[in-house]
Design a protein around this ligand. Structure first.
Ligand code: MGD
Ligand code: MGD
Ligand code: SF4
Ligand code: MO
Length: 884
């Protein structure tokens, strides 16, 4: 294939347009200048897409019980076991667990097969961990899961409130659009987040609220708006119900200002400033994300925010609105097809008229009549034996679910597990049948982003090995289950048209989700489909504002919902005194199955780090670089400690990314609390009570190798992809002598009697290295007492260089010291241009006082810009230090 192919980024819900070009065996990407979401920009992850396309590690053939099998054998077995299980135990004994990373066409057929033709609604999705509270909040307030705002609103607002959203790292291109708008219009930015995130660094006001107190904050705001006469009584009277009761409860909850600033634990003046800004600024947008959704009271948090927008009529107008931004590339598309167990299809639920309508449209008399199990209950049902056959597609629940140890138990107990993935993961280990799916660049279809914009993902590479697109695999199984008539699809376009037609079916405007005008697209028009924002009704001009003056409720009015501040599912106590928060890092995507393989994306955070508030670190005499054990009532994790001033006392933060493929035990999922929001079923992933203690480390090690290994028998290991191989951090609990033995066992035999082997028993240090036939460094292992490993910059350079070692290098390996000390750049901040913390600190010390000046001095932040917030943070930190 030649030329550039127009496609869409497979990572976050910003949904940036990408132009991809194949040259030999390399893929080059750049931002699509014509795509209305990004206008040519890409963040660090998007711009590294070309580097994630390597086929090593890809699944290329189906497997049955770990043995290569033909597609026919694998799919026959899937059909046979599902049929048998349903015959013996009924349709509710099977289920699918799917993903917001599937394309809409994949998602549509999975939902149709399970709900329509297998006859159970046990299909849930990782969106349960992500968007479920927003969905539930929208339905309560608006009658339908509608996101009324667009990216342009963010640019046209005078006040943007970011609640529980680390936009700078998680929606970087949208963040850059916001900052660019602020530069011209002077937008005020308020961040509500217990943590001083990279986003908070860019804010005019940061409210570091006590975790989980968002409802109180917004109830206080509603009371303030009423007291100041800043509500819109006419609009409220015409377009809403429930205002008086909602205000009454808000006033009772936040009876006076002191109650709010004490409850939220923020400075009274900061609180007053926020309330004042919100009251006085008509053009206000409130963006919210996982700090709101991932809570045992997530739905109430959502409605507390919506209440303030409804009370001020700030919705459905330019530059205003509540804006729940989606995480995954197709989280929105999944909601459109009805991929959640408590939605039916096309924004319809389980009311009788809806059931009848969908059953008519699909010609599916056996349609499931009731909602299915939500993710946490779904896996619990698999663990306790009610679900006996399940199929996981495009998600890694063995890592990303809360109380993930129980989920792994469920997967090993469940009699029949099918997994469709593009690579091996912690979840695929439990697969009875493993199916190789097509990946980004090979598959083709549509996704919907945060602002309801549908874009095409297009293939620009051939399918590798025997991999197949997900819709194709599901359709094949549907046919084998005897439903060929309902699954006649030969192309994705046919599926898209049917999906669009269902959205418009018997829809006189009561469902706002309507793709009527694209329900008869020709194949050619589907191929060339330009990004398009719904609704696109057949009979109405596109572009009208949603939720301007009509709401899809029976009476056409929005509902304010009275909510009260409640505590976390399980507060901290004496045994578990620290509140652990979890979330994302800038350069990693979820369980690292793609981004974890790109050396430059690993440089920003090469190992799992636990941030711990300074007070707790001091109380327990924990220091930077200590290995710590994080224990919750559900499980444990081991991570490197970083003492943090960005966290409130009593708080810790662990990234969600590390899986069993990247570390021995560092997964946030294993410690997370499975308690869920009663309405949305979304788990409380942002808070779990833990204790943090020092791990009993007797020795530390560093292993550089080309091999892909999972060490055993050690207290801890984690690894990072580096140029030329992997770098493993090791730690052992045994005395150094045994440690050396254990570590040594990791080396292949060639290296054990390696060329270079040096031990100093008294000092507890030991070094070994193996060279290949050409005299290049193949493997190196260093062992030392904790904290005493030599600087590794030069070693990594030796591995990356791929040059035969000079006599000087060999001597250096023996001494453990670089022949010529290389500058230690420190942790890499700018992944695009490889600029480290130390480089930036140097520039700041030399007088660079702005992000631009640092860019001029070091080039940091001058490519994709994703690191600019962090550079600002470093400048601020330098100023704080200088002021002390
Ligand atoms: N780099 C990167 N970007 C991504 C992803 C990724 O894996 N990596 N994943 C994508 C996906 S699927 C999603 S869902 C989004 C998530 O995007 P975000 O929601 O922005 O990201 P998180 O880091 O999960 O959490 C956001 C913030 O919530 C804060 N928080 C915790 N508790 C509370 C609380 O009680 N109240 C408030 N107000 N805030 C709280 C946390 O401190 C954190 O800074 O990111 C998307 N973008
Ligand atoms: N503690 C904690 N846990 C969390 C969160 C948190 O903040 N804290 N956040 C939660 C949120 S918001 C989310 S969205 C989840 C995400 O969690 P997961 O969905 O489990 O994470 P991913 O690593 O994105 O998993 C996607 C899988 O699909 C595979 N894949 C990629 N492309 C394709 C394809 O085309 N077809 C198929 N079949 N497979 C494909 C990938 O290799 C990968 O294994 O994690 C949740 N878990
Ligand atoms: S902001 Fe980054 S990760 Fe998100 S869609 Fe755009 S390029 Fe992809
Ligand atoms: Mo998500």
């Amino acid at each position: 294939m030649s030329g550039e192919v127009r496609t869409t980024c497979p990572y976050c819900g910003v949904g940036c347009g990408v132009l991809a070009r194949v040259e030999g065996d390399r893929v080059h990407v750049r931002g699509d200048p014509d795509h209305p979401s990004n206008f040519g920009r890409l963040c660090s992850k998007g711009s590294a897409l070309g580097e994630t396309m390597a086929l090593d590690g890809r699944l290329l053939h189906p497997e049955i019980k770990g043995q290569r099998a033909s597609w026919d054998a694998a799919l026959d077995l899937v059909a046979h076991r599902f049929t048998e299980t349903i015959a013996q135990h009924g349709p509710d004994s099977v289920g699918f667990y799917v993903s917001g990373q599937l394309l809409t066409e994949d998602y549509y057929v999975a939902n149709k097969l399970l709900k329509g033709f297998i006859g159970t609604a046990n299909i849930d999705t990782n969106s349960r961990l992500c968007m479920a509270s927003s969905v539930a909040g929208h339905k309560r307030a608006f009658g339908e899961d509608i996101v009324p705002s667009t990216y342009e609103d963010l640019e046209q607002a005078d006040l943007v409130v970011l609640v529980g959203s680390n936009l700078a790292w998680c929606h970087p291109v949208l963040h850059q659009r916001l900052l660019a708008a602020r530069a011209t219009r002077g937008t005020r930015i308020v961040v509500v987040d217990p943590r001083r995130s990279a986003t908070a660094e860019d804010a005019d006001l940061h409210l570091a609220i006590r975790p989980g107190t968002d409802v109180l904050l917004f109830n206080g705001l509603l009371a303030h708006l009423a007291a100041q006469g800043a509500t819109e009584p006419d609009w409220i009277a015409r377009h809403t119900t429930g205002f008086d009761a909602t205000l009454a409860l808000a006033q009772a909850d936040a009876s006076d200002r002191a109650r709010v600033f004490k409850g939220c634990d923020v400075h009274p003046a900061d609180l007053a400033r926020f309330y004042d800004w919100f009251a006085k600024t008509d053009r206000a947008v409130t963006v919210y994300s996982q700090g709101v959704n991932q809570s045992a009271h997530g739905t109430d948090k959502v409605n507390a925010i919506l209440n303030c927008h409804l009370a001020t009529g700030r919705i459905g107008r330019e530059g205003t609105g509540p804006f729940s931004i989606t995480g995954q590339p197709n989280a929105m598309g999944g909601r459109e097809v009805g991929g959640l167990a408590n939605q039916l299809a096309a924004h319809m639920g389980f009311l009788q008229p809806e059931l009848d309508r969908v059953s008519r449209f699909w010609n599916a008399p056996g349609l499931s009549q009731k909602p299915g199990l939500k993710a946490v209950d779904f896996f619990e049902a698999a663990r306790t034996g009610q679900i006996k056959a399940l199929w996981i597609m495009g998600t890694n629940p063995a890592v990303s679910m809360p109380d993930a140890g129980k989920v792994r138990e469920a997967l090993s107990r469940c009699p029949f597990v099918v997994v469709s993935d593009i690579t091996r993961t912690d979840t695929t280990r439990y697969a009875d049948v493993l199916l190789p799916a097509a990946a980004w660049g090979e598959k083709d279809g549509t996704v919907t982003n945060s602002e309801r914009r549908i874009s095409r993902q297009r293939a620009f590479l051939p399918l590798p090995g025997e991999a197949r697109p997900d819709w194709h695999i599901i359709t094949d199984v549907a046919c084998r289950l005897g439903h060929a008539d309902a699954f006649p699809y030969r192309t994705r376009a046919e599926i898209f048209r049917e999906h669009a037609a269902l959205s418009a079916f018997e829809n006189d405007g009561e469902r706002l989700f309507d793709l009527g005008s694209v329900s008869d697209l020709s194949d050619a028009a589907y191929e060339s489909l330009a990004p398009l924002q719904w609704p696109v009704r057949r009979d109405a001009a596109a572009g009208g504002r949603l939720l301007a003056d009509h709401f899809p409720t029976p009476d056409g009015r929005a509902r304010l919902v009275a909510v009260r501040q409640e505590g976390p599912a399980r507060p901290v106590d004496r045994d578990y005194p620290v509140s652990l928060n979890s979330g994302r890092l800038r350069d990693q995507w979820h369980t690292m199955t793609r981004t974890g393989h790109v050396p430059r994306l690993m440089t920003h955070a090469p190992e799992p780090v636990l941030d711990l508030a300074r007070r707790e670190a001091q109380e327990q005499d924990l220091r930077d670089g200590d290995l710590v054990r994080v224990e919750s009532p559900y499980g444990e994790a081991l991570a490197r400690l970083r003492v943090s001033d960005a966290l409130r006392p009593g708080e810790a933060f662990l990234p969600m990314h590390w899986s069993g493929l990247f570390a021995a035990r560092a997964s946030a999922g294993s410690v997370s609390n499975p308690a869920t929001d009663a309405l949305s079923g979304q788990p409380e992933l942002k808070h779990v009570s833990v204790r943090v203690t020092k791990a009993p480390v007797r020795w530390a090690g560093l292993l550089l190798t080309h091999r892909d290994i999972r060490p055993t028998g050690l207290l801890h290991w984690s690894r990072a992809r580096v140029e030329g191989g992997w770098a493993y951090e090791l730690a052992g609990a045994e005395p150094p002598k045994e440690g050396v033995m254990l570590a040594r066992a990791l080396l292949p035999s060639a290296a054990r009697d390696g060329l270079i082997d040096y031990a100093d028993r008294r000092a507890g240090t030991w070094r070994a290295a193996a060279l290949d036939a050409e005299g290049r460094l193949a493997e190196a292992l260093l062992v030392a007492p904790p904290g005493q490993l030599p600087d590794r910059t030069w070693l990594l350079a030796l591995l990356a260089g791929g040059q035969p070692l000079s006599p000087l290098d060999r001597r250096a390996l023996l001494s453990g010291r670089a022949p010529v000390p290389l500058p230690d750049r420190g942790r890499i901040v700018c992944a695009c241009l490889g600029v480290g913390v130390n480089d930036i600190a140097g520039a700041v010390r030399n007088g660079a006082a702005t992000v631009e000046a640092v860019g001029l001095a070091t080039r940091a932040g001058t490519n994709c810009g994703s690191c600019r917030s962090e550079i600002r943070e470093l400048i601020h930190a330098h100023r704080r230090l200088a002021a002390e």
